[in-house]
Design a protein around this ligand. Structure first.
Ligand code: CA
Ligand code: CA
Length: 253
């Protein structure tokens, strides 16, 4: 995740891959649905929380404090072990709580708003940040969503694509309206799926706080993150400017 005002890399989102003994490296969509159904998603996420907080703490110790965002499933949220799992991961890793962001979809929160509010309040008090993921793909009530103690709203790529299709700048107005709403409520906004310089221009005009997507950086192994962030820093620190400059130059054959 990159800040739009400075272009600084603020954090990363952890995406889990499975090194299958026979089928090789598997993308999340090939196994997470099954893991979700069978409940295996809870131990997987518990492991992921420990692993990612450990890494983020190690990066911070090397002078690279990056926020770590972890996707939390509805199943984990309703199992009510989340608060305990998060606390344990933070305690074991020594990572500062505000460096951890839990990403929850609107749907997982809408399932049981009261329980969601209770858990989010506890997490928030502990200092952990909570983000609403894939905003725009669910049908949750805005009033209900924004009454929860959330710190960040991640605007789904589909809203960006829809806004791009609308001609005459009206699409950008929709994005700007969402961002204005988050501002009023003191919530930061992240534009997801930013893949082109045009996307970057649109979300900048809309006033988003942060951006994420292929334009800024492809998914990479965790081990490569420090090298990538350092290369951005050495090139001036503005990941947005670097990405825009890279796309304006024809690539070598
Ligand atoms: Ca996510
Ligand atoms: Ca997302």
């Amino acid at each position: 995740m990159v800040r739009l005002d400075t272009g600084e890399v603020e954090g990363v989102e952890a995406l889990v891959r499975w090194q299958h003994p026979e089928r090789g490296l598997l993308a999340p969509d090939t196994f997470l649905a099954v893991a979700e159904e069978t409940g295996q998603i809870i131990p997987i996420t518990r492991w992921l929380l420990r692993e990612t907080t450990r890494r983020a703490a190690a990066w911070a110790a090397e002078g690279l404090p990056l926020r770590m965002a972890v996707n939390i499933s509805a199943r984990h949220f309703s199992a009510e072990t989340l608060v305990r799992d998060v606390r344990l991961a933070l305690r074991e890793s020594g990572l500062a709580a505000d460096q951890l962001v839990l990403e929850l979809t609107e749907t997982s929160i809408a399932e049981d708003p009261t329980r969601a509010e209770d858990q989010l309040t506890v997490l928030r008090r502990a200092g952990v940040r909570v983000a609403i993921d894939d905003f725009g793909t669910g049908w949750s009530s805005l009033a209900q969503l924004f009454s929860l103690p959330i710190g960040t709203l991640k605007i789904d790529r589909s809203l960006l694509v829809a806004a791009e299709r609308v001609t005459g700048g009206e699409g950008g107005a929709v994005l700007a309206a969402i961002v204005a709403l988050t501002r009023t409520l003191g919530i930061r906004s992240v534009a997801e799926g930013v893949e082109t310089v045009e996307h970057l221009r649109m979300v900048r005009e809309a006033g988003c706080d942060l951006v994420q997507g292929w334009l800024l950086g492809h998914a990479m192994p965790g081990d490569d993150v420090p090298r990538w962030v350092r290369s951005v820093q050495e090139a001036g620190g503005d990941a947005c400017a670097i990405a825009a400059a890279a796309t304006s130059v024809p690539t070598a054959p």
